[in-house]
Design a protein around this ligand. Structure first.
Ligand SMILES: Nc1nc2c(c(=O)[nH]1)N[C@H]1C(S)=C(S)[C@@H](COP(=O)(O)OP(=O)(O)OC[C@H]3O[C@@H](n4cnc5c(=O)[nH]c(N)nc54)[C@H](O)[C@@H]3O)O[C@H]1N2
Ligand SMILES: Nc1nc2c(c(=O)[nH]1)N[C@H]1C(S)=C(S)[C@@H](COP(=O)(O)OP(=O)(O)OC[C@H]3O[C@@H](n4cnc5c(=O)[nH]c(N)nc54)[C@H](O)[C@@H]3O)O[C@H]1N2
Ligand code: SF4
Ligand SMILES: [Mo]
Length: 700
């Protein structure tokens, strides 16, 4: 038997752990952590084994398929590209270029070939109807970075290995393995932090796995974190502890803007008492190195942009931005920032809802209305790439119905799932173990500067295609329909450059002058050391200064004031989301080994809330919001804040036509059948997936 151990990295989450894969006669027999990786140092989680399951899943498509009157039929790659380019071309000719819509899903950022080649294809479609997972996720981080630092992806990360005080809001890295912060082995890093005598404080409406290992945990009423954060800023300034760096302007305007956000006012809104808020403000300011980090729970909520701005302001005014142990800006071997635009906001608005674009994309919450509302610019055809928006975006059921009305739909995806079942053509790319990888996205968010190049572990079958090859060939098919020009020539050259060449060029002109060859020589990758201070030099703002109080944010504060400072206690329950270690967004429930164990799709509810409604643990209940209702089992949990219920996202399988064997056995309910596409952040349109008012009654 031919046995070999090959190195790669897991691309299933943002931690990018190095793994060693044992291959016997072309089959994977073992997957373990790579001790030689300078970032992950041997860490992996239970998801890593799913890399093998993905490889071997009989439900995974390996050839393009086309929907016919009697089911799916295979077709050749070239035939598929021609068909797609022709149909999209016809529709744009007849109805204008905005008649084609695009949704870009989360796994695109985890794939080198999608990062290097997908944007070119999207640009070739020349449509303003562009949507992505960004607006159900990290848009508030990007908006704050764009406004404060001049670049949407200049996102400082908490220097977890050197800090002595970590304040975390709306993040559960013990389940998610960290996000907008690449720190593999997050749990071990937290343990080390506490061993050094540091302190970890968690703010979350649920006592999470992460809260359980923290020094302090406080329940917060969902959607009200802005009040808590603004009160911290208020208190730091009031105590005379604000000492921003010399390149920071606007402290006086911030002081004025937060004047009425006192700890007492915030206590009434958030449920965290005023004394605790004052204490956290003074401990945070007094710590020699502190970092505040807020993740999905404070992004995908109504005032997410204000929250993420406030997180930055707190770090900046306490002098923690750009200092070791505070929050720092990574310097990866390929400078991702240089290759990507700085971002813009509100340059145009969506056709139906008047929702603002950000960085060229409209809010995903607008997709269904843009498909079903007649008029100039109505979407007639959709292209979805690595996304399952029927389960992932608010009012998913409305989108599900809307997709059914399209004239044409194409998906680049390895599965026939809740979304792609509506497609006319599906193009499946190779799975992760068959692809080369360099991480262009997450080194930019990592708590240490490292670099690694991974060769594909397994050879792809001759008739399979990598995602970059799909984008290259689809792009060339689209290009063939455009007139000859210099631009056309450059685009076709760019499409033909393989990802390895793109990375190699990026490494050579990057800050460490590396190359793919140099990376290949080092076993688990190269260690480029801890994060280094870089400001104000690295800022992308015109004057190399930070303005703490951008006008757009001040407007957002007024909107938050109008809602939060006036609104009384609601009687309704508030719905929030959650993640599990053995589950991955909407798509890995097909791995039996990953999803094994006790069911985890239930609605979690505090026992007092159950008894108030005469409900029992385990009972089937109906959860209803303004947008719709779902039936799901309820589970009593003392970890839930009273008045708050939690449903994980990504479930709701078992819809007709989806080909997902294991997932369909444990369908669960889709949280996004009850989230509301009209509840969005007024500043940038991010979906408020958390803090949705709901009622819970016995299922009829
Ligand atoms: N209610 C609620 N909704 C949420 C969230 C929440 O917390 N609560 N979280 C939000 C967040 S943070 C995100 S990121 C989104 C994610 O939502 P989506 O953007 O829909 O992403 P996934 O659910 O990860 O779906 C991945 C899709 O990509 C396919 N895929 C997997 N690997 C590849 C690949 O290599 N290439 C291609 N072409 N396709 C691939 C899968 O088969 C699947 O169809 O959901 C959001 N929705
Ligand atoms: N195993 C696994 N790992 C994953 C994923 C997965 O599906 N499974 N998904 C990946 C993706 S796409 C992402 S974006 C990341 C997300 O990474 P995280 O943000 O760490 O993930 P979540 O578990 O969604 O954590 C959000 C937390 O916010 C809390 N929360 C909800 N509403 C509020 C609120 O109003 N205020 C506050 N303070 N907290 C609130 C929730 O209770 C929850 O604990 O995880 C990634 N990693
Ligand atoms: S934490 Fe788990 S899923 Fe994330 S990269 Fe590491 S092994 Fe993969
Ligand atoms: Mo995400």
């Amino acid at each position: 038997m031919a046995t070999s151990v090959r190195r790669t990295s897991c691309n299933l989450c943002e931690a990018i752990c190095g793994v060693l894969v044992t291959v016997e006669d072309g089959r994977v027999t073992d997957i373990r952590g790579d001790e030689a990786d300078p970032l992950s140092r041997g860490h992996i989680c239970p998801k890593a084994v799913a890399l093998k399951d993905l490889q071997e899943d009989p439900d995974r498509l390996t050839k393009p398929v086309r929907r016919t009157s009697d089911g799916w039929a295979e077709l050749g790659w070239d035939e598929a590209y021609e068909l797609i380019a022709t149909r999209l071309g016809e529709i744009q000719q007849a109805h204008g270029r905005n008649a084609v819509g695009v949704y870009l899903g989360n796994p695109n950022v985890h794939s080198l070939g999608a990062m290097t080649h997908m944007p070119t294809v999207v640009r070739l479609l020349r449509t303003r109807q562009r949507f992505s997972a960004t607006s159900v996720d990290q848009l508030p981080h990007m908006l704050a970075s764009h406004l404060l630092y001049g670049h949407q992806l200049m996102v400082p990360v908490a220097d977890i290995d050197r800090t002595s005080y970590l304040l975390m809001l709306g993040a559960n890295p013990l389940a998610s393995n960290g996000s907008m912060m690449t720190a593999p082995g997050f749990g071990r890093r937290l343990k080390d932090l506490r061993k050094r005598g540091g302190r970890v404080v968690v703010i979350d409406p649920r006592r999470t796995e992460t809260a359980a290992v923290a020094d302090e945990h406080h329940f917060v009423r969902p959607g009200t974190d802005a009040a808590f954060l603004l009160a911290l800023i208020h208190q730091v300034i009031a105590d005379g502890n604000a000492k921003p760096a010399p390149y920071v302007d606007g402290l006086d305007r911030v002081a004025e803007a937060v004047q009425d956000w006192t700890p007492d006012a915030a206590a009434r809104i958030t449920g965290i008492d005023a004394e605790t808020i004052r204490r956290i403000a003074s401990e945070f300011a007094a710590a020699d190195k502190a970092a505040c980090y807020g993740r999905l729970g404070v992004s995908a909520q109504q005032f997410g942009a204000v929250c993420q701005w406030a997180v930055q302001v707190l770090n900046i005014i306490t002098g923690n931005l750009d200092r070791p142990g505070g929050t720092m800006i990574p310097r990866p071997a390929v400078d991702t920032l240089r290759g990507i635009g700085r971002g813009h906001i509100g340059a145009w608005k969506s056709r139906v809802g008047g929702r603002p674009e950000f960085g060229g994309e409209l809010p995903a919450a607008a997709m269904a209305e843009e498909i079903v509302t007649p008029g100039d610019g109505q979407i007639q055809a959709m292209v979805t790439i690595a996304g399952n928006p029927v389960l992932s975006t608010p009012n998913g059921r409305a989108l599900d119905e809307a997709l059914d009305t399209l004239s044409f739909m194409v998906s680049v995806d390895p599965y026939i799932n809740e979304t792609t079942r509506h497609a006319d053509v599906i193009l499946p790319p190779t799975p992760p173990l068959e692809r080369d990888h360099y991480d262009l996205a997450f080194h930019q968010l990592a708590v240490r500067n490292t670099a690694r190049w991974n060769e594909a572990v397994l050879q792809r079958p001759a008739d399979a295609r990598h995602d970059w090859e799909i984008f290259r060939d689809l792009g060339l098919a689209l290009l063939r329909r455009t007139p000859r020009s210099r631009r056309k020539l450059l685009t076709s050259l760019r499409l033909r450059l393989n990802p390895r060449r793109v990375v190699d060029l990026g490494l050579r002109v990057g800050p460490y002058r590396l190359s793919v060859r140099k990376l290949k020589k080092s076993a688990g990758g190269i260690d480029l050391g801890p994060l280094q201070p870089a400001l104000p030099r690295a800022l992308y703002t015109k004057n190399k200064r930070i303005d703490l109080a951008p006008g757009l944010i001040l407007e957002g504060l007024d909107q938050a004031r109008a809602v939060l400072l006036v609104e009384g206690e609601a009687d309704d329950l508030l719905l929030i989301g959650r993640r599990h270690l053995r589950s991955n967004n909407s798509w890995m429930h097909n791995s039996a080994r990953l999803v094994k164990g006790k069911p985890r799709h239930q609605l979690l509810m505090n026992p007092d809330d159950l008894s108030k409604r005469d409900l029992e643990d385990g009972q089937l209940v109906q959860v209803s919001s303004a947008a719709g209702s779902v039936a799901v089992e309820v589970a009593a949990s003392n970890d839930m804040m009273p008045g708050v219920v939690s449903l994980p996202h990504g479930f709701g399988h078992g819809r007709p036509g989806a080909r997902l064997s294991v997932a369909n056995e444990v369908p669960g309910a889709s949280a996004n059948d009850i989230t509301d596409a009209t509840r969005t952040d007024p500043l940038a349109g991010t979906a408020a997936l958390n803090g949705v008012p709901v009622t819970v009654t016995p299922a009829p």
